[in-house]
Design a protein around this ligand. Structure first.
Ligand SMILES: Nc1ncnc2c1ncn2[C@@H]1O[C@H](COP(=O)(O)OP(=O)(O)OP(=O)(O)O)[C@@H](O)[C@H]1O
Ligand SMILES: O=P(O)(O)OC[C@H]1O[C@H](OP(=O)(O)OP(=O)(O)O)[C@H](O)[C@@H]1O
Ligand SMILES: [Mg+2]
Length: 282
C-alpha cells in the first residue's frame, strides 16, 4: 500500500481531493475522516494539517504527500518536491502601511508578524537582517492595525486581503509557491507504486490543459494545417472517402483551441471539432 498525506483543511484541501478523485482514487465522504483506505488502488490516504505534511513525509512513515512549496520550506523538513500540481499558486511577500517601508533593509529593528516563521527566519538569516518575528496563526493582515507588528509577511494571491487592510507589498517577493507532491529527501526515485501515482496525476494535468481536435482538410492544405496542430508526437492523418481530403486528429492546448480553430477554418479546414480529454497516459 502506498501511504499518502493529503491536506485536511484550507486552500489546498478541496483542489487536492478533486485532483485525486479525477485520477480515479477514492476520497473521503466527510471532513472528519482521518484515514481512507482505497484497496482497489492499493493506497491509503492520511488527512493531515497542511503545515504538518512535510514533517510526516520526512519522517519516512508516509511515502509521499501533497502540500504547498511555501509550507515545505517553512517546515525545514527533509522532504523535496517531485511534481508541481498547478493549484494554490501564491507569492510570499512583506507588506506594511504605505510609506513606512520600501525595501527589505527597512526590516531591520522592526517586528514582523507571520504564520510562516521558518520562511521569514531563513530570509532574514540569509541577508543578515536583525528583526523580530511574531507568530500568528492567520488573519495576519490585521496585526499592524492592532499594534502587534509594523510589518507582515504573508501569502498573497489576488492582493485583496492586503488592500482591505490598507497595506502595500514592498521588497522583492520572498518566494512563489504552488501545490506540489513531495517525498522524503533522497527516497527511492523508482518505486513503481510512486511512479504510477505520479503518472495518474500527470494524466489529470494533461487532461485539464489539452483538448482533442479533429478536422477535415484538403490534402494540399495538410502541411499548413499540421503546422498549426503539431500535437505532442505527431498528428494522426487518415484518408477520407471523399478523394483529395484527409481527416486530422491532434492534441491541442485548451487555451489556444479557439484561435487554432479560426486559423484552420481560414485555411479551408471544415468539421473542426474539439472534445475534452477525460484521462490520459502520455
Ligand atoms: N488565497 C490563496 N490563494 C492561493 N493559495 C493560497 C491562498 N491562501 C493560502 N494559499 C496556499 O495554501 C497553502 C496554505 O494552506 P493552509 O491550509 O495552511 O492555509 P489556508 O489555505 O490559508 O487555510 P487556513 O488558514 O484557513 O487554515 C499554502 O501553500 C499557500 O500558499
Ligand atoms: O491575496 P488574496 O487573494 O487576498 O489571498 C491571500 C490571503 O488568503 C489567505 O488567507 P485565508 O483566507 O486563508 O485566511 P488566514 O489569513 O486566516 O489564513 C492568506 O493567508 C492571505 O491572507
Ligand atoms: Mg490561511
Amino acid at each position: 500500500m502506498l501511504r499518502i498525506a493529503i491536506p485536511n483543511k484550507g486552500s489546498l484541501s478541496g483542489p487536492a481531493s478533486a485532483m485525486l478523485h479525477e485520477a480515479g482514487y477514492q476520497q473521503r465522504k466527510e471532513s472528519k475522516e482521518l484515514v481512507l483506505v482505497d484497496p482497489a488502488n492499493e493506497v491509503e490516504f492520511f488527512y493531515l494539517r497542511p503545515k504538518d505534511i512535510a514533517i510526516y513525509v520526512s519522517a519516512g512513515r508516509l511515502d509521499i504527500g501533497i502540500t504547498g512549496e511555501d509550507l515545505l520550506v517553512d517546515s525545514g523538513a527533509g522532504a523535496e518536491p517531485i511534481l508541481p500540481l498547478g493549484f494554490a499558486r501564491s507569492t510570499f511577500r512583506f507588506a506594511a502601511k504605505p510609506g513606512t517601508a520600501t525595501s527589505v533593509e527597512d526590516l531591520a529593528g522592526r517586528t514582523i508578524a507571520t504564520s510562516y516563521e521558518g520562511i521569514v527566519a531563513k530570509f532574514l538569516a540569509e541577508r543578515g537582517i536583525d528583526a523580530s518575528v511574531v507568530h500568528l496563526d492567520g488573519a495576519v493582515e490585521t496585526a499592524i492595525e492592532l499594534g502587534v507588528a509594523q510589518v507582515i509577511a504573508d501569502v498573497v494571491e489576488t492582493g485583496t486581503s492586503l488592500r482591505n487592510a490598507g497595506l502595500e507589498v514592498f521588497g522583492e517577493p520572498i518566494m512563489t509557491s504552488e501545490a506540489v507532491v513531495i517525498r522524503r529527501t533522497g527516497a527511492e526515485t523508482d518505486d513503481p507504486k510512486v511512479q504510477q501515482f505520479l503518472r495518474r496525476l500527470q494524466g489529470v494535468l494533461v487532461a485539464r490543459s489539452y483538448v482533442m481536435m479533429d478536422y477535415d482538410c484538403r490534402v494540399e492544405h495538410l502541411e499548413k494545417a499540421v503546422a498549426l496542430t503539431p500535437g505532442l508526437e505527431s498528428p494522426t492523418v487518415s484518408p477520407l472517402h471523399h478523394e483529395g481530403w484527409v481527416a486530422v486528429r491532434s492534441m491541442v492546448a485548451a487555451k489556444e483551441a479557439q484561435r487554432i480553430m479560426d486559423d484552420l477554418y481560414e485555411l479551408g479546414a471544415r468539421a473542426i471539432l474539439t472534445t475534452a480529454i477525460h484521462a490520459c497516459r502520455l
